[in-house]
Design a binder for this molecule. Structure first.
Ligand code: F6R
Length: 612
């Protein structure tokens, strides 16, 4: 949600900032802007639309822009519609200070009223402009940029990751965070600020993660950090490990397609060094110190948002079926505000690709506050949830750039399966049963590879239904969340209305929608409830609905029942979602391509939702 990048050094920062913004664009892409300090001037250049629009408008200016101090922002609008004026950076009243911001200043109206009384004039509808003016007003009082930022932030409620520049201080950048990630990139004679590592990894791998409530002052030579109350803090410089190729498209037309196709590898990576096949067991370093609490847990609560919440719903089946531990799943946004009954013998797993989702983070903090053990299943290394949880497991899917989550989901399910197997063995599952489950898990990457080879049928279905107005996705048991996820993927990137439903629940309402124009996707593997799902499928057939089935390779019966059949390899019921979701990801992808939508950056969405 909003991308931030800033540079101070000896090089011309304009290309560095623009490349950084392009790498960050998946975080928000409704407008973009730069602020540059040069020769005692502070220039602000901003444009509605994607970063490419900003680049075009800069290209059309006379002369080339150059500066060794600057910052850039790509926006996902919260306050004020996405246009040139509301784009960041924003000036203070004197136009000497500029601010970029990720987050929401909740009390901006009250602050604005006061500043208006003091004679400030505002030209945008944003909360960020108010923060810029407040910093400017503080600067008038104290004459020091870092102190002005600290004082201003002590008056605001809400969340922020910010960067501040002033034309009076061409030798420094001020950055701060509360609730929105900020990292400092440490170089030789140059330093960076970014909202995530992708923006700066071309230039440095040495990073420092700011904590909530910290402020940083960077110069060309170094940096110092402090709290908002001006108490110095000590930071550790960490190394970013990911490869540049992981954040490039690598010959694929879209990141989403690349990430779907990476799944054989990412599922394997989630298990690598953890799954002990011959022992039928699992070793997860990040959970060893909380094993006692996990084993004595009265229940597991899983909390997450969006696709990660769907992974949680599958997790409920996996934990209950394999580890035999009662499990509940909650939307993080609901959990945090309903004063949940949480006990010290509960274990909360939060699932998050980004590790930064505001609602998920708040749910985790709430459970911790109530004494529960809070564990993370997270993709982004060093993210806030990873750092604040009591322990957890990285899913190791690598950077996920496509806004629609794909590979993170199957990696989350793989990690949940590992945790369940580990707990099951500790709670008495025999080695023999453990080995059978471990072997099946080990076979999943190859099965995923097999099914990714057969995309012709999926492309044909996309072509056939590209003009559909509605879709229904049905599944039962662990495949009900797969139906939800299939529907979410379709909505997100092709803008076709789609609903996921438990197949048997359909007759209690959605069946009214079925006619000869309604495509209905059934996830119907040959498992214990196969016959039941087939009965639901017959109910749709009887009403002339158009049936697309995701079915096992050895299911011959289905040919006579469904108009289209997508084949998936067989696996155990509770591991089925890891494979069954992949054709649904591909279906939404090819539908979106056929409809000509922006697959990687669908309208109104953003990766990493760091606002409530
Ligand atoms: C869907 C999608 C979102 C995220 C949700 C949670 O394709 O990407 O629904 O799953 O915003 O994000 P994380 O997992 O980063 O907490």
């Amino acid at each position: 949600m909003c991308g931030i990048v800033a540079y101070i050094g000896e090089k011309n920062c304009v290309p560095i900032l623009l490349e950084g913004l392009q790498r960050l664009e998946y975080r928000g892409y409704d407008s973009a802007g730069l602020a540059l300090v040069k020769d005692g001037e502070l220039g602000v250049y901003k444009k509605a639309g994607k970063v490419a629009e900003l680049v075009r408008s800069l290209d059309s200016m006379n002369g080339t822009l150059e500066s060794t101090l600057g910052m850039g922002h790509t926006r996902w609008a919260t306050h004020g519609e996405p246009n040139d004026v509301n784009a960041h950076p924003h000036w203070d009243n004197s136009k000497e200070i500029a601010v970029i911001h990720n987050g929401i200043i909740e009390n901006y109206q009250a602050i604005k009223t006061k500043l208006l009384q003091d004679g400030h004039t505002f030209s945008t509808a944003t909360d960020t402009e108010v923060l810029a003016h407040l910093i400017g007003a503080m600067y008038e009082k104290v004459g020091d940029l870092c102190s002005a930022v600290r004082l201003a932030l002590s008056e605001v409620d809400g969340t922020y990751g910010i960067v501040v520049l002033s034309k009076r201080h061409p030798d420094r950048i001020i950055a701060a965070r509360k609730g929105s990630p900020i990292i400092l990139g440490v170089g030789e004679g140059e330093n960076f600020v970014a909202s995530d590592a992708a923006a700066i990894v071309d230039h440095t791998r040495q990073v420092v993660y700011l904590e909530d409530g910290e402020v940083a002052e960077l110069t060309r030579e170094g940096f110092r950090t402090m709290t908002i109350d001006d108490v110095r803090t000590e930071k550790v410089i960490e190394e970013i490990t990911f490869d540049i190729s992981q954040i490039e498209r690598g010959g694929y037309e879209h990141f989403m397609l690349k990430e779907i196709n990476e799944q054989p590898e990412t599922i394997r990576d989630a298990m690598r060094g953890r799954l002990l096949v011959d022992e039928g067991d699992v070793m997860l370093g990040g959970l060893q110190h909380v094993m006692g609490r996990l084993l004595s847990a009265r229940r597991i609560i899983i909390s997450a948002c969006g696709t990660s919440w769907h992974a949680g719903l599958v997790g409920e089946y996996i934990f209950e079926q394999i580890a035999k531990i009662p499990t509940e799943v909650e939307y993080a946004s609901e959990f945090r505000y309903r004063n949940p009954l949480v006990n010290i013998d509960d274990v909360l797993f939060v699932i998050s690709q980004s590790g930064e989702t505001a609602d998920t983070l708040a749910a985790m903090r709430e459970a911790k506050r109530k004494g529960a053990t809070a564990l993370g299943i997270v993709n982004v290394v060093g993210s806030t949830i990873a750092r604040e949880s009591d322990g957890g497991v990285y899913v190791h899917a690598g950077p996920e750039i496509g806004v629609a989550s794909t590979k993170a989901f199957t990696s989350q399910l793989t990690v949940i399966s590992l945790i369940a197997l580990m707990l099951a063995r500790q709670r008495g599952m025999t080695k023999e049963d453990g080995v059978a489950l471990a072997r099946e898990l080990e076979s999943l990457p190859e099965k995923a590879r097999q099914l990714l080879k057969n995309t012709e049928m999926i492309k044909a279905i996309a072509e056939e239904f590209k003009n559909a107005k509605n879709f229904l996705y049905l599944g039962r048991g662990a495949n009900f969340p797969v139906a939800l996820e299939g529907a979410l993927k379709l909505k997100e990137i092709s803008y076709i209305h789609a609903e996921g439903y438990p197949a048997a629940e359909m007759k209690h309402g959605p069946i009214a929608l079925i006619d000869e124009n309604m495509p209905v996707v059934f996830v119907v593997p040959k498992d214990a409830i196969y016959e039941k799902v087939i009965s639901n499928l017959e109910e749709v057939r009887a009403r002339r609905g158009r049936i697309i089935a995701v079915a096992n390779e050895d299911d011959h019966e289905i040919e006579g029942l469904a108009e289209f059949v997508i084949r998936v390899p067989r696996t155990y019921g509770f591991f089925g979602p890891i494979l069954n979701v992949i054709p649904l990801q591909l279906l939404s992808y090819y539908m979106a391509v056929a409809r000509g939508t922006d697959v990687d950056q669908p309208r109104n969405l953003a990766k990493s939702v760091t606002v409530e």
